[in-house]
Design a binder for this molecule. Structure first.
Ligand code: ZN
Ligand code: ZN
Length: 254
């Protein structure tokens, strides 16, 4: 499995840090988790063709996680050049179908992929759930956020990756991330500026330690996190590998 950070930022506009987005490539599937504004452009920079995406998994419907989903849908019908003809999957917590319906009320049929190519799968926002596509298991678990939200664990036969999405400290996340090779964990604010519904570096470190993950990738940084050594702070809690995400970084899980 290989992953590319498409957006390590948040709602704050930034040249350095795009809103949330993560690309995951397994032997069977190409997956995007969250599509904040600019995700499609970052995909172009990373050489990822939007037509090859098999699964879009949305953690929740805050704009910094979903606005490029609209552009993706529009591109799936009206971008120049050959279109993808095979179906693709969209996964999200309860409310996904309602969210999509509302988007269609606003944008009309322009954003409805032709030939029924979109397969929608809601997962529970209140209890653990799972979806299996090809050889990949996508397990979800409710997150502790200000909006119905889930974290995802992506498992192939060989390895497991957990993505926290937006969440406060949560026992659910510890369970979901258990023995993951890599935990991509939100780290919105420094320890001194803790915000409810989000995590700090020491909290992210503690989650990675409790989950016995091998590697912790910190992401979802509001600007104050770039004035602090978040890795050293997380290190006080977690002895494994810790990386501070930057857009377009790539990692291999094995
Ligand atoms: Zn967010
Ligand atoms: Zn959020």
């Amino acid at each position: 499995m290989k992953i590319t950070i498409l957006g390590s930022g948040t709602a704050t506009p930034s040249l350095l840090r795009n809103s949330s987005g993560l690309f995951i490539e397994t032997p069977d599937l190409k997956i995007i988790v969250d599509m904040g504004a600019g995700t499609l452009r970052r995909m172009c920079e990373a050489g990822i063709d939007y037509r090859e995406i098999d699964v879009i998994a949305l953690t929740h419907f805050h704009p910094d996680h979903v606005t490029d989903f609209i552009s993706f849908l529009f591109a799936s019908n009206y971008a120049h050049g050959p279109m993808r003809t095979s179906p693709f999957n969209v996964i999200g917590p309860t409310g996904l179908e309602q969210f999509y319906k509302k988007l269609i009320e606003i944008f009309g049929q322009w954003i409805v992929p032709s030939q029924n190519r979109l397969i929608m799968r809601e997962v529970s926002a209140t209890s653990p759930d799972r979806v299996k596509i090809e050889g990949v298991r996508i397990v979800s678990s409710p997150a502790a956020h200000s909006f119905p939200s889930v974290s995802y664990r992506i498992e192939t036969g060989e390895t497991a990756l957990t993505i926290s999405g937006d969440t406060d400290v949560s026992e659910n996340l510890v369970k979901l991330a258990q023995d993951s090779h890599t935990l991509v964990c939100e780290c919105s604010m420094p320890d001194t500026m803790k915000v409810s519904g989000h995590m700090t570096p020491s909290e992210a470190g503690a989650i990675a330690a409790q989950a016995s993950a091998s590697r912790l990738i910190l992401t979802h940084f509001y600007p104050p996190c770039d004035s602090v050594d978040v890795v050293s702070v997380a290190r006080t809690q977690f002895g494994g590998t810790i990386v501070k995400a930057q857009d377009l970084m790539t990692f291999t899980l094995s």
